[in-house]
Design a protein around this ligand. Structure first.
Ligand code: FAD
Length: 401
């Protein structure tokens, strides 16, 4: 064998798994099609990630949290949901600066950079950049990978962390439930006149949704969701017109707003793999579950899955047993699916409800917001999921927006 574990993709999930197994000394090879420079010092990609308390705990354990400058971390104190022009808002959290935050916002590229720094000193973790995995095959004895540069790799366990459109998943014969929303998320950073007061807003306007996430200083991450056929027009809109439109759609709550980055587009396709494991194979990150970003669960679930899989591999290694044992992989699958499946379907249902502009859906979401505002158990469940430091699974998650 060339190595113990081969990971396809050095995105945040792949890097996190390599770091999570640091104590085992298992020889791990990450294969990444991007260049070494792009992995070591990734460019801003417009994605700003809302991290839960569990994710912060896991990033601390991975030695990544402390590598992110405190000035780059924005606490999230409150969250508000607005429907159309209705003054009624569903709200959570406590705006006082000394209150426990609901979570934290950090740019995706800084998380990737910190995770890369955390694996860089590990002698047993190898990063092969600038080449893609083209073909994979597994049998009872091991795994074979064919790389685009013509080289081959043999391992005991193969892990697919190669995006929600994972080619590795497909080659391993695993299908996936896919929900193409026919919409595109356009993301950018904006500066504004007034303070965001560490509050995130989700505004469901007819035809478009607008999310405003508080970043460090007087800046916010903007996520505009539009039907795919309108995306190019929003990307091409004159900056001044774009700025004025965002400020107006947000009711001028932040005063004048100015673009502070270019606009980037992400097609909205949610994916849930039919299985997370196969012979000597496991899926993690978006390759297992690629969530709609509206509920900010994608990377949080990815980290949680990494922790579960690393725990199973570590237990096998401690006992001197096969790290790719079918029973260990099955335990990972059942625990992670229990957490992800209800959330995946619940999120897709709620996204459908909140982006449907027909009258019945408008009435239904007004009722949902009204009920959620008045039912303490629903508000408690949402808050509990955000601030929990443990893996949360089961039907409770289906309640969450
Ligand atoms: C607009 C937006 C906002 C979001 N906001 C949040 C949020 O607030 N909270 C949250 O938790 N999540 C959020 N997410 C989701 C989060 O960004 C993803 O869940 C996370 O980035 C997935 O990480 P990953 O490592 O699984 O995959 P990726 O980041 O997609 O990385 C996969 C890597 O695999 C490499 N690769 C692919 N194929 C191959 C191959 N054949 N060979 C070698 N390498 C390969 C790619 O180059 C890439 O580097 C958001 C997503 C979007 C789009």
């Amino acid at each position: 064998m060339d190595c113990d574990i081969a990971i396809v993709g050095a995105g945040p999930a792949g890097l996190a798994l390599a770091r999570a197994l640091a104590d085992t000394g298992l020889h791990t090879v990450l294969v990444e099609r991007q260049s070494r420079e792009q992995v070591a010092d990734p460019a801003f990609d417009g994605r700003d990630i809302a991290l839960t308390h569990l994710s912060r705990r896991l990033l601390r354990q991975l030695g990544a949290w402390e590598r992110i400058a405190p000035a780059e971390i924005a606490p999230l104190q409150c969250a508000r949901v607005l429907d159309g022009d209705s003054p009624q808002a569903l709200g959570f959290g406590d705006a006082r600066a000394d209150a426990e935050p609901l979570g934290w916002l950090v740019s995706n590229h800084l998380i990737r950079k910190a995770l890369h720094e955390a694996i860089a000193p590990l002698g047993h973790v190898e990063l092969r950049c600038g080449t893609a995995v083209e073909q994979v095959a597994t049998d009872v004895n091991g795994v074979r990978l064919a790389l685009a540069d013509g080289s081959a790799l043999r391992a005991r366990l193969l892990v697919g962390a190669d995006t929600r459109f994972s080619a590795t998943r497909r080659q391993m014969g695993i299908g996936a439930a896919m929900k193409d929303f026919g919409r595109v998320a356009i993301v950018c950073r904006m500066r504004h006149e007034l303070s965001h007061e560490h509050t995130a807003w989700e505004c469901f306007h007819y035809g478009r949704t607008l999310a405003i996430l508080p970043m460090p200083g007087d800046a916010s991450s903007i996520v505009i969701t539009v039907p795919a056929d309108q995306a190019q027009a929003v990307l091409d809109q004159e900056p001044a017109a774009f700025e004025a439109e965002v400020a107006q759609r947000f009711g001028h709550r932040l005063g004048a707003m100015r673009l502070a980055s270019k606009r980037m587009a992400y097609p909205l396709v949610a994916v849930h793999a039919d299985r997370f494991v196969a012979q000597r194979f496991a899926l993690i990150g978006d390759a297992a579950v690629g969530m709609h970003p509206v509920t900010a669960h994608g990377f949080n679930l990815g980290l949680s899955g990494v922790d579960l899989l690393a725990g199973e591999i570590r237990r096998q290694w401690q006992r001197g047993a096969d790290i790719a044992s079918p029973a260990a992989l099955a335990r990972y699958q059942s625990r992670h699916r229990l957490a992800t499946l209800p959330l995946f379907h619940g999120t897709n249902g709620i996204v459908g409800l909140f982006t449907d502009d027909r009258l019945p859906a408008r009435l239904a979401r007004k009722a949902v917001l009204h009920l959620s505002e008045r039912l303490p158990p629903v508000r408690w469940a949402i808050r509990h999921k955000l601030v929990s430091r443990e893996h949360v699974g089961g039907p409770l998650l289906a309640l969450l927006p």
